[in-house]
Design a protein around this ligand. Structure first.
Ligand SMILES: [Fe+2]
Ligand SMILES: [Fe+2]
Length: 190
């Protein structure tokens, strides 16, 4: 990865709220741990984790405006829940700035919803993002998810998507189409 891009990411990171920086550092640590266990490219897992939430603190209206300017197609679920656009906005912004690695791009883009065909680095960052111990209240099954993710990224992913799908249904919440498609693909490939 080029130094200029790395510098731009570091500069953006330094301007984020403290809590978010801590979360990103935790995700980076867990991503590197999972990538090491599963024999993946550590540098890619690190960069993908560092960049995944660069736009997480933007307001919903800002995210909609940025997505439109970047030419990102906004679906009905994203229009209702613009926070889901912070991954796509980060991925497309970095791509335009010269970050041309498709696996990192995809991992950043789909870190909130997952997607069918998600590559290993994306799976690692997706899971690491949920495995931040600060999220234990939201995901009480986090310890078993960590064990499972160390054993198999697909098993970890399936476990998370299934538990969250049940949660979304129980709470009458919208489900992003990419989330359902990712889970369907895992079921079909079982
Ligand atoms: Fe995020
Ligand atoms: Fe995150």
């Amino acid at each position: 990865m080029n130094d200029k891009l790395d510098l731009m990411i570091q500069e953006r990171l330094s301007n984020l709220p403290t809590g978010l920086i801590k979360h990103i550092q935790t995700v980076e640590t867990i991503s590197v741990e999972l990538a090491t266990i599963h024999g993946l490219d550590i540098d890619k897992a690190r960069l993908c984790a560092q960049a995944h939430d660069l736009f997480r603190s933007e307001k919903p209206t800002t995210l909609i405006n940025m997505a439109q300017k970047l030419g990102i197609q906004i679906n009905a679920v994203e229009r209702e829940l613009p926070i889901l656009l912070h991954g796509p906005v980060a991925a497309v912004t970095l791509w335009k700035e010269g970050m041309k690695d498709p696996e990192i791009y995809q991992g950043i883009y789909y870190h909130s919803t997952a997607c069918p065909g998600l590559m290993p680095v994306g799976k690692t960052v997706f899971l690491a993002d949920k495995l931040d111990p600060r999220k234990i209240k939201r995901y009480p099954y986090l310890p078993s998810l960590l064990t499972l993710s160390k054993k198999s990224l697909d098993e970890g992913l399936m476990e998370f998507l299934t538990k969250q799908l049940a949660y979304h249904i129980e709470h009458d919440e919208l489900v992003h189409p990419a989330f359902l498609a990712a889970r369907n693909e895992l079921l079909l490939n079982k």
